[in-house]
Design a binder for this molecule. Structure first.
Ligand code: ADP
Ligand code: MG
Length: 515
């Protein structure tokens, strides 16, 4: 089936058909907010700074075929993955031992750990944590007949594109469904017969997670009591703002919860924790209403995941201010650190099955632990005399691997043949800051056409990466108040590109047709 799909998919477009489809999509994206702020390479900085323009997010013209069994498998394990990462976060001793290994080689991880320790010493005043997670996968094909699901990474901070990916699913659905029951935009293809992308509830799911935290916060801890709100902490100059607004709009309109956006650089100017209140509520004053005060129930980080978000010591102080407050953090520092690539490697280590078993029972009837293990691709540390070191230094075996530092957001990995040289260019004592991962081998025949944000249309061989969203709200004693799976993201990149980040400019948003 796999092969037959890709030999004829997507259907060929004549020049006139492509032009029609592209202009339809351009209009649709702006009409429905499937948009980003324009890239600085596209228009002048002066025009960017006026903040009046938006352009289409990079999108594929066609949905990509995706094996139904793999999609269902990814959905089926999401709530278990949510629990796994909640439990790791609550197991400070175990996580601390993993992180300890990284601290002397990775300043960023060390900085985060230091903030956690400072708050730990003072005592955390908030026992609840919120996770808005995304587990990313590729379809691994051993031969053209067998497709299996392999996890690329698990994201515990700023898991993005829930907002825009729902819109891409809606776009492709509309293109497939034009009346009278067959597409006016696409040439016919057997895969299109009656099929549309599966429902995408990412916005509903992610917002419901934030709303659950807001509710669980309870009453104002200030006296007199203050109105409550959720705070989105964002990057200055964020281009992916409409993705975030999809969530805040849902929160204000459906859940009736006030939401404010605050850039990291203004945290210390706009928020405060009153000295005399041992509950440490964090208060926020909107710049447009200097006489009003809100108490923040939930802090949703769409920033602070990369070293570039911490320019000065003031940014670290700002992170400390958020972490020590009574607000429920999405995520806490520990939850952010649980998403380190090193944690994923340690869980997947076939020689240390006790690591995963510590968090997920091995003997339950449903075989939950086995289901998770099946999604792991081989991963190694680079310890002396270890298998990872051997595979990474030999150019022949390195070519089947990717080397990952403890970073998020794309653009940080070292690929294939470049690995041995890269390792030799850094001190050997730093190697323990990296993990080596076997490359997943997605179907090689897939093609699609992409409309980029600058209007360019590109076609060719592509590789897809599926993300499944999940949210969980839990107490440090392990009690779970809310655990949901819902919504997905399909990203598609040119096959020749190693990296896959949309925001980092490597890939585009897509949707899926299940087969
Ligand atoms: P980041 O935190 O920067 O997103 P990822 O682990 O997701 O780091 O890696 C970035 C990109 O590199 C992925 O989106 C994917 O395209 C590619 N990649 C990472 N790991 C693998 C792998 N094991 N096999 C194939 N591609 C991979
Ligand atoms: Mg990634």
């Amino acid at each position: 089936m796999t092969e037959s799909i890709y030999t004829t998919y997507p259907p060929k477009l004549s020049a006139a058909q492509e032009q029609f489809l592209v202009s339809t999509i351009k209009d649709w994206t702006v009409q429905h907010g499937l948009t980003v702020r324009p890239p600085p390479t596209f228009i002048s900085q002066e025009t960017v700074s006026k903040g009046v323009l938006a352009t289409n997010a990079p999108v594929t013209l066609f949905p990509s075929p995706f094996p139904k069994a793999c999609f269902e498998e990814a959905r089926a394990v999401q709530k278990v993955y949510n629990e796994l990462y909640a439990r790791i976060t609550s197991d400070e001793k175990w996580l601390g031992e993993v992180i300890e290994e990284l601290i002397d080689v990775d300043d960023f991880v060390a900085g985060l750990w230091k903030v956690h320790q400072a708050v730990s010493q003072e005592g955390y005043v908030q026992d609840l944590s919120l996770g808005l997670f995304r587990s990313d996968y590729m379809v691994h094909t051993l031969d053209s007949e067998t497709a299996s699901l392999k996890q690329v990474e698990f994201n515990t901070i700023s898991s993005s594109f829930g907002g825009l990916s729902s819109r891409v699913a809606a776009l492709h659905t509309e293109l497939l469904q034009s009346p009278p029951g067959h597409s006016l935009s696409y040439p016919s293809h057997p895969l299109f017969d009656g099929r549309v992308p599966p429902e995408n509830t990412a916005v509903e799911t992610l917002s419901a997670g934030l709303a659950a935290a807001h509710k669980a916060y309870g009453l104002s801890k200030s006296s007199p009591s203050l109105p409550l709100a959720i705070l989105f902490v964002v990057q200055d100059g964020e281009r992916n703002v409409f993705d975030q607004l999809a969530l805040s709009t849902r929160l204000t309109q459906f859940h009736k919860i006030p939401v404010f956006r605050l850039v990291t650089g203004e945290i210390l100017d706009r928020t405060s924790i009153p000295d005399g209140n041992p509950s440490r509520p964090i208060l926020y004053t909107p710049p447009h209403a200097p006489d009003s005060l809100f108490e923040v129930t939930t802090i949703y980080l769409r920033s602070f995941y990369a070293p570039t978000d911490y320019i000065t010591d003031r940014d670290w102080s700002a992170r400390l201010q958020l972490e020590r407050s009574a607000a429920i953090k999405c995520p806490t520092i520990l939850n952010q650190l649980s998403g380190c690539k090193k944690v994923q490697q340690v869980l997947a280590d076939p020689n240390k099955p006790e690591n995963l078993a510590r968090f997920i029972a091995a003997t339950d009837v449903e075989g939950t632990q086995e289901k998770l293990r099946k999604t792991f691709a081989p991963q190694y540390d680079l310890s002396p005399n270890g298998r990872g070191r051997e595979l990474a230094l030999n150019p022949k075996t390195a070519s089947r691997h990717v080397l990952k530092p403890q970073r998020e957001g794309g653009g940080n990995n070292v690929y294939k043949e470049a690995i041995p040289g890269f390792l030799k260019s850094i001190p050997e004592s730093d190697w323990k800051g990296y993990v080596l991962m076997e490359l997943i081998q997605p179907p090689s025949e897939a093609t699609n056409v992409v409309l980029r944000s600058d209007g360019e249309v590109l076609g060719g061989n592509v590789v897809g990466e599926l993300g499944i969203f999940g949210t969980i709200l839990w107490k440090s004693n392990g009690e779970i108040l809310h655990n949901q799976e819902g919504g997905w993201l399909m990203r598609t990149k040119g096959k020749e590109s190693n990296e896959g980040g949309v925001a980092a400019g490597f890939s585009s948003l897509d949707s899926i047709i299940l087969y």
